[in-house]
Design a protein around this ligand. Structure first.
Ligand code: PEP
Length: 251
């Protein structure tokens, strides 16, 4: 079902202690956010266990930022979806542009990660988005269509119904340059139309699509007021509880 979600992607920031403090501060102020808005924090792997503990019973869910493409075995340095789920984590971010760009994640890898996530009963937050060069070349719709098709089109209707999508234009991530509300709405509506062709209008309409890219307390209200923008995946602004809560209060 379509939900409002605000998810904080902490990336490779905070020590475990700082992470727990941040999680506690978010949990303490969660009551200020409308109850129907899901509040999610995504700390580094090393903090997951403690952050789950710090947020338990507070209406704050926890996401991992990645998971392994394989289920178990000789994959040094990897962390499986099952390991993550066992900690009480509910979501996993997959296909973030930083993973695609710096770690060479391809559609094939992401298909396997999606499979592992579903097997472990984690809800995937699948990220798509075009680069600046792609937007300037006006190929952004094609790029995003391909990212949607090559990973989401092979899902069953049931699994698709559990998937969250995040549209994150790469040129807006960590740059302070946000997509305008009109640009976000245009792409979200486009993604929904692509999804409708495969899964039907009703299922596409029910899908939660988040915007990500320099969302902050100053621009979140306008972004979230767009009919096809169901919330945000927030990077920089999620590292301060006040800003993150202010974003989550922007519906
Ligand atoms: C992100 O990395 O998911 C993100 C949206 O980052 P920022 O808000 O810092 O642009």
């Amino acid at each position: 079902m379509r939900k409002n979600i605000v998810a904080g992607n902490w990336k490779m920031n905070t020590t475990p202690q700082e992470g727990v403090e941040l999680a506690r501060a978010v949990a303490a102020r969660r009551g200020e956010v409308a109850p129907q808005v899901a509040v999610i924090v995504a700390p580094p792997f090393t903090h997951l266990s403690e952050v789950v503990r710090a947020t338990r019973g507070a209406g704050v869910s926890v996401a991992a930022q990645n998971c392994a493409a394989e289920a178990a075995g000789a994959y040094t340095g990897e962390v499986s979806a099952q390991m993550i789920a066992t900690l009480g984590v509910e979501y996993v971010i997959l296909g973030h542009s930083e993973r695609r760009q710096y770690f060479g994640e391809t559609a094939d890898v992401l298909n396997r990660k999606m499979e592992r996530a579903f097997e472990a009963r984690l809800v995937p937050i699948y990220c798509v988005g075009e680069s600046l060069a792609e937007r300037e070349a006006e190929t952004h719709f094609e790029v995003v269509r391909a990212q949607v098709e090559e990973v989401l089109f092979s899902l069953s209707a049931e699994r698709f119904g559990q998937t969250v999508i995040a549209y994150e234009p790469v040129w807006a991530i960590g740059t302070g340059r946000t997509a305008t509300a009109a640009q976000a709405q245009e792409m979200h509506a486009f993604i929904r139309s692509v999804l409708a062709a495969r899964f039907g209008h009703e299922a596409a309409d029910e899908c939660t699509i988040l915007y990500g890219g320099s969302a902050n307390p100053g621009n979140a209200r306008e972004l979230f007021s767009q009919p096809d923008v169901d919330g945000g995946l927030v990077g920089g602004a999620s590292l301060k509880a006040d800003d993150f809560i202010a974003v989550a209060k922007s519906f």
